[in-house]
Write a protein that binds this ligand. Structure first.
Ligand SMILES: [Zn+2]
Length: 349
């Protein structure tokens, strides 16, 4: 995600930290070592929370590419949105459950260790009370995330529960109304208490809820489109022997950046922009395209839904797919082509 840097990778997921998180760190540094410990704890528990979402998603075959940490929570970018309500329910519940699990497991041991006084009075005055703070943070994280408002987990849980009964479209509409009502409540308290944080959260929830509704509408509409409806009319194919210098020239002079490779009229390989640029970088311009093309790659049919093409690309981490019609290559579809349809749909007002 833009404005974030990668910290490390775990289970194939890259853990990124958003620039705004450093504001929190700055705040902590001025507050002393105990505040710093608290911020690191927030970082740790939010990461754990998001990883739990990701692990359950993985069980349903949905990959998480990255987790981005913001000061008020994390965001796991999944390759696709779960199709079934029960899957969305399980994925959404997993995050808050991890925090509640910590609350349950450590309640008695930590109370015994810290003493009742420090345990029930979390603060940053002493180390035991700071540790108690770290512990109770989990309850705050769980409670905040369980609010039945998009984009919080609670909003998704609500939508999934409703969707079992009435389908995604109607369920999303109702969950969005919940989101709007909650944001108004936050805004009200933010204004009467002069709490700028509550107002920011209110705006955030309102926008996210509206965004969710739009996304659902666009998705419903996209279902009606097939790959052939948006497939660019003209496309260029390469011969196995085409030199990379020539391919680069074609990329500059056409709108195409990913090319099917054909031999004696038969489709035999696919060279994406990444393959071509990486090839030029390592071998130079004179090599033929057959040295850099892929010979095994996913394909779609011109009569497939564009949602299917999008899911394949997101899943495999590629941005272009060859399109087949009657066993012959009929063109190339890219994420940008699909993105254009999204943009047009979203602008319809
Ligand atoms: Zn969550």
């Amino acid at each position: 995600m833009r404005g974030s840097i990668r910290l490390f990778r775990i289970l194939g997921i890259s853990i990124n930290i958003h620039m705004t998180f450093f504001l929190l760190l700055l705040f902590a540094v001025t507050g002393g070592i105990k505040w710093l410990a608290l911020v690191i704890a927030v970082f740790f528990f939010v990461t754990l929370h998001e990883l739990c979402h990701s692990l359950v998603a993985m069980r349903f075959g949905i990959k998480t590419r990255e987790i981005t940490l913001f000061p008020i929570g994390g965001l796991a970018s999944m390759a696709k949105i779960p199709e079934r309500p029960m899957q969305e329910l399980a994925i959404s519940v997993a995050g808050p459950l991890s925090n509640l699990g910590i609350i349950v497991v450590f309640f008695f041991p930590l109370k015994a260790l810290l003493g009742t006084e420090a345990f029930f009075n979390p603060s940053t005055l002493t180390w035991p009370s700071t540790l108690a703070y770290v512990y109770w943070l989990n309850l705050m994280l769980a409670a905040f995330n369980l609010l039945p408002a998009f984009p919080m987990d609670g909003g998704r849980i609500l939508r999934a529960l409703l969707a079992i009964k009435m389908g995604y479209r109607k369920a999303t509409k109702i969950a969005v109304i919940f989101g709007h009502v909650f944001s108004l409540i936050f805004a009200y308290f933010g204004i009467v208490r002069f709490n700028i944080m509550l107002i920011i959260i209110a705006v955030f929830i309102y926008t996210a809820a509206s965004g969710e509704e739009l996304q659902q509408d666009v998705k419903e509409n996209l279902k009606k489109f097939m790959v052939r409806d948006i497939l660019p009319r003209d496309f260029i194919t390469l011969d196995k022997g085409t030199a990379l210098s020539k391919v680069l020239e074609l990329m500059f002079h056409s709108h195409q950046e990913d090319f099917p490779v054909v031999e004696n009229g038969f489709f035999c390989g696919f060279a994406t922009r990444q393959d071509i640029m990486a090839g030029i970088h390592s071998f130079g311009m004179d090599r033929p395209v057959k040295d850099v093309m892929r010979t095994s790659f996913p394909k779609v049919n011109s009569t497939d839904a564009i949602l299917k093409a999008q899911n394949i690309m997101n899943d495999k981490g590629i941005r272009a797919l060859p399109v087949m019609r009657d066993g012959k290559v009929a063109g190339v579809i890219t994420l940008e082509d699909i993105g254009r349809v999204y943009a047009m749909m979203s602008q319809r007002g």
